[in-house]
Design a protein around this ligand. Structure first.
Ligand SMILES: [Fe+2]
Length: 297
């Protein structure tokens, strides 16, 4: 390992959950159960926790009857140790950001943590020892992990600086100066992606399924219930995952169900040089036949 890698200040470990305000809590619970395969664990009239695997939850829904469409308010990332958490807090303070408390419900679900607003005001919660279950849900068709959020932002450079220089995410690949894929210490190719845009919104959340077969079964359920498939099967150039995206704005951002998302080896994690790829649809989906095939994304 190079000296640089040995002395690198570490970033968060990986994505754990998103908190999403939804206009119809009961309908969104049903959507996430059937279409994503999450298991409902706890809820009242105000909120609901749903989980994919052993981690306590991967989606927290918040009842927001005043809304007509969902809005993602927070993303949560686990941190490996108290030392890394303290170091992250130090960096956040040094960069002039306000250190916030975790959401009230999160305080009992981890050992220690804090929150900070990203340049667009999205809450990023960082914490150690996220509580878990002894067993995964006894559901066959379910995700095994929540992999990343994909954020569209009108503050691209500022956000890139925030996530890399303050929070220690590592660039894995760039597509022009339009999209960047950032990884955490769990070594997924990306645990967060940023896209230059005219406005800010959480564009999608990616769940890793057990197999390609399960991705296709999720796609079949979307087709059967006529949930719009915002982008059909793509073979991702950057992360090597095969995925489709469904979207009903009432229930959250696009949900991406994927298989084969690349995980770096420890050596690749230490030495990977982020590629600078041209803005070309084939650098997003290797199955695109030509440079002008921008439709269907
Ligand atoms: Fe994605």
């Amino acid at each position: 390992m190079s000296t640089e890698a040995a002395t690198r200040r570490r970033g968060p470990y990986g994505m754990e959950y998103a908190r999403i305000e939804v206009p119809d809590l009961a309908a969104s619970i049903e959507f996430l159960q059937y279409h994503v395969g999450l298991q409902l664990e706890q809820h009242d009239d105000e909120y609901a926790f749903l989980r994919a695997d052993i981690e306590h939850h991967s989606i927290e829904l918040i009842a927001a009857p005043h809304r007509t469409e969902s809005w993602t308010t927070a993303i949560g990332f686990s941190v490996e140790s108290d030392e890394v958490l303290d170091d992250l807090r130090e960096r956040v303070v040094a960069a002039g950001h306000e250190v916030l408390e975790l959401h009230e419900r999160m305080k009992g679900l981890c050992q220690r943590g804090f929150a900070v607003r990203d340049p667009n005001g999205l809450i990023v919660e960082l914490f150690t020892e996220f509580v878990e279950y002894a067993e995964p849900p006894l559901i066959e068709l379910r995700p095994v992990d929540l992999v990343h959020p994909f954020l569209a932002t009108d503050k691209y450079e500022e956000s890139l600086d925030f996530y890399t220089k303050v929070l220690g995410f590592l660039p894995s690949d760039y597509v022009g100066d339009v999209t960047v894929f950032l990884r955490c210490e769990d070594r997924y190719h990306h645990s967060l992606a940023l896209q230059r845009n005219k406005e800010f919104y959480a564009a999608h959340l990616c769940f890793k399924m057990k197999s390609f077969d399960h991705v296709m079964r999720g796609r079949a359920r979307a087709q059967y219930k006529k949930v719009p498939i915002a982008s059909d099967l793509v073979n991702h150039s950057a992360s090597t995952s095969i995925a489709f995206y469904m979207h009903d704005p009432k229930h959250g951002p696009r949900y991406e169900l994927c298989d084969r998302h690349r995980v770096f080896t420890p050596e690749e994690h230490a030495t990977h040089r982020a590629r600078r790829m041209a803005v070309d649809p084939r650098n997003i989906d290797v199955w695109r036949p030509a440079a002008d095939d921008w439709g269907r994304f």
